[in-house]
Design a protein around this ligand. Structure first.
Ligand code: ADP
Ligand code: ZN
Length: 736
């Protein structure tokens, strides 16, 4: 990354008649020129409404324009939006991201102004809460509503209706009888400021050392400070980075906590409120437009001091951000792949450089990249080696499926069944983990062998029993479960192949009929409220066996959970893809780390056909060092990231022949220097996606700017779009 250029005074308004360049939300290589009209107060960073084609769009003023524009075609700015201007460091950051990811700057800038775009629509949100006695006339629907309300908690009307499984009319009825009351107030972030001294925890010695390292041992010369906070599951990383936030608040600066998934935010918001006595701002796709506006404005005006959010929160217009925390920094969910491909973790470090902020990467299982950066001294390594309150890590063992296979048509081996039985007898909880949604990953015809494949993607359709459908997990296509084979016409010959969580839940129901069982999988959620209620039910001991996907693997605290059974570890270890092996190591460490986080010790049992796999052996021994050493050596040997840089160039379109021809053409015109190879074209990992055929060229070159510079010059020789054909560029792709 290059360093930011010297700040210039951008607070001066541009006089009427001045030409300014405006970044508009369109895939164009540069900003467009518009003229400042009489009476407009336009400064650099102002958000303005400008005409683009036949539409009015929101753009951002980037500075004075010196482009030659035909005066007849020069259009005036339509209006200046009453919002704080986008500050210089954020504008520099946008330019940098566009340059680095080889994408249009307007599309990057759009991620910043999106909060403003949504301001147009602003439906009122009414909340309700329990106010009086139950109604005289009780109905089953009304009872359902009262059953789900806890204490004096407030709920949005649609949220409560969803939670109770009734229509909002039932809730209106309960308001009329006086059982519920409506509230004007929302959980308004920024109304009270978080107080760094509200309720500090007593830290363990190890935690105190980590806090000291984070806030007192950074570079003194103002250079970029990235710390990798590596703590085993249950070590109290959250408590530690909360202290770093307290320190930032005492300096009067703002802080951002990024999380990989919305599912994790609710619990963290509560923990934050307990520690700091106030709600932080919340930012992700699930918040209301009203909250979105409050948080966007609040951060720009410096009223909201702390935001907890998904990766898009990285583009919020903070007035003075002093700390960015990336929790679970190794998560693939930080990678965005549509429109602009970027990894929020890497881009957070760049934003911190422009803002002179500190970065803390937190994880129990850091990415191989971050581990290597820490080892090389680019990041500071702050370890947290012990669990809080000296709780032991779970004891882990492999179950060799070759020796003790499950019965035919079943998936749980005898030793695992026995362990679940023992756990039930002790009155403790079990989690059975399988990272596959649905009932079966494949459906086939026993008579003719027909397999159900998505018509839009090169992927099998996944059978879902609860909905009686076949679903594509790549494009969202859903079709009713057929009863007759479309190929041979035979009835009753379609059989599921392989397990998904729903099928494991079915086995659990037959084996442990008296146990209270819950399936937790992202496609079965009735929204974040329901998920929160279900997670609380597990934490409260109301469930004996949880069957779950990666949704339950991380972040949650279930005090009564003492057994974690991994149904199939070979899904990830068996493929020889280095990234899949890394991810499986991380996922299994995280999920087994759910066991034994309170008083009682935990056990993790891992079903596998390859118990001797070296990565599995390292996992069982809790020997992360060994895993990282193995992985680093393997990547270096095979010339894989992070020792080289990969850039994936994907050509896609509806005409397979044209796509292939264009990919071959690109290959033919590539004049790469000695240090850079252009590999392919080959079928992309999903050769067809949403009806588009995809060919992939993989550029391998040195780290640093050289590889991107080559790709930029190379692709400039060809159109990025032609007809419905498109070229997408992905720097540091997930799969290689
Ligand atoms: P991690 O994120 O490292 O898995 P958490 O921060 O979630 O760990 O902490 C695990 C559990 O231990 C949580 O319930 C947390 O509240 C508790 N805990 C950790 N440190 C402390 C502390 N210093 N004082 C009180 N409770 C703590
Ligand atoms: Zn599909």
């Amino acid at each position: 990354p290059s360093s930011p250029s010297a700040p210039i005074d951008s607070s001066q308004p541009h006089a009427a008649g001045t030409n300014v360049s405006v970044m508009v939300p369109a895939p164009m290589p540069t900003a467009l020129t518009y003229q400042v009209a009489e009476g407009q107060n336009v400064v650099d960073g102002s958000i303005v409404k400008v005409p683009l084609g036949k539409r009015l769009v929101l753009g951002t003023v980037w500075g004075q324009s010196h482009d030659e524009v035909n005066p007849k075609r020069l259009k005036p700015i339509e209006a200046v939006v009453d919002a704080p201007p986008i500050r210089e460091p954020l504008r520099q950051f946008i330019d940098w991201v566009a340059d680095w990811t080889l994408s249009a700057p307007g599309m990057v800038a759009r991620m910043v102004t999106r909060g403003e775009e949504l301001m147009q629509r602003d439906p009122p949100v009414t909340a309700v809460r329990r106010a009086g006695d139950p109604p005289e006339r009780m109905t089953p629907a009304r009872q359902k509503v009262l059953d789900v309300i806890t204490g004096a908690d407030a709920y949005t009307k649609p949220g409560l209706a969803d939670l109770a499984g009734v229509s909002t009319a039932v809730i209106d009825g309960l308001v009329k009888t006086g059982t519920l009351e409506t509230l004007q107030v929302q959980r308004e972030p920024g109304r009270i400021e978080p107080d760094p001294d509200f309720d500090p925890r007593t830290l363990t010695e190890g935690q105190a050392d980590a806090v000291h390292a984070l806030i007192a041992e950074g570079p003194k010369d103002g250079s970029l400070d990235v710390a990798l906070l590596e703590g085993v599951t249950g070590s109290g990383k959250t408590e530690v980075y909360f202290e770093a936030i307290a320190n930032t608040l005492r300096q009067g600066r703002q802080a951002l906590i990024l999380l990989p998934e919305i599912a994790l935010t609710a619990a963290l918001l509560d923990r934050f409120a307990e520690r700091f006595g106030a709600m932080p701002g919340e930012w992700h796709s699930g918040i209301t437009p009203k909250t979105r506006r409050q948080v966007w404005r609040g951060t720009a005006e410096g009223k909201i001091k702390v935001v907890i959010g998904a990766r898009s929160a990285l583009y919020l217009p903070f007035e003075d951000i002093g700390l960015i925390i990336i929790d679970e920094e190794h998560e693939a969910a930080y990678k965005q792949e549509e429109w602009v491909s970027y990894n929020a973790r890497d881009m957070a470090i760049v934003r911190a450089r422009f803002e002179k902020a500190q970065v803390i990467l937190a994880s129990a299982t850091p990415s191989v990249e971050s581990r290597i950066n820490a080892k090389a001294g680019r990041y500071r390594h702050v370890p947290l080696p012990a669990r809080y309150a000296s709780r032991p890590l779970p004891s882990l063992a492999a179950i060799d499926l070759r020796r003790t296979p499950p019965e035919r048509g079943m998936w749980l081996s005898p030793p695992l069944v026995e362990a679940v039985n023992d756990t039930l007898e002790r009155g403790e909880q079990s989690l059975l983990f399988l990272n596959r949604r649905g009932y079966a990953p494949l459906t086939l015809c026993r008579t003719c062998g027909h397999r159900f494949e998505c018509v839009m993607c090169s992927a099998w359709l996944v059978q879902h029993r609860f909905t009686q459908t076949l679903n594509c997990h790549h494009c969202g296509h859903v079709e009713p479960m057929p009863t007759v084979c479309p190929e041979c016409g035979n009835a009753n010959t379609l059989v599921p192949s392989g397990p998904g969580v729903e099928r494991i839940a079915e086995e659990v129901a037959t084996r442990f009929p008296d146990a209270r069982t819950l399936v937790l999988s992202s496609d079965m959620m009735g929204g974040p409220k329901r998920l929160k209620a279900e997670l609380e039910a597990v934490a409260g001991g109301e469930v004996d066996i949880v069957v779950g996907t990666q949704l339950v693997a991380k972040g949650h605290n279930f005090p009564g959970l003492t057994l974690v059974g991994v149904v199939d570890a070979d899904v990830g270890f068996g493929q020889g893809d280095p990234r899949a092996v890394e991810r499986t190591f991380q996922l299994l460490t995280q999920v087994t780390g759910r066991a034994g986080r309170a008083e009682k010790p935990g056990i993790g049992l891992i079903q596998t056909h390859m118990p001797d796999h070296p990565v599995l052996q390292a996992l069982l021994a809790h020997d992360a060092e060994r895993f990282y050493a193995l992985e680093e050596a393997a990547r270096q040997r095979a010339h894989l990231p992070p020792f080289v840089r990969f850039v994936a160039v994907i050509v896609s379109g509806t005409d397979a022949g044209a796509v292939k021809a264009h990919a071959n053409h690109l290959k033919a015109i590539a004049r790469s220097p000695e240090t850079i190879d252009v590999l392919g074209p080959v079928d992309a990992p999903l050769a067809m996606l949403r009806g588009r055929h995809r060919q992939r060229l993989l550029v391998r070159g040195p780290r640093g700017r050289e590889t991107q510079s080559f790709v930029k010059a190379w692709l400039a020789k060809s159109d990025r779009t032609r007809g419905d054909m498109r070229i997408d560029v992905d720097v540091d792709p997930q799969s290689f």
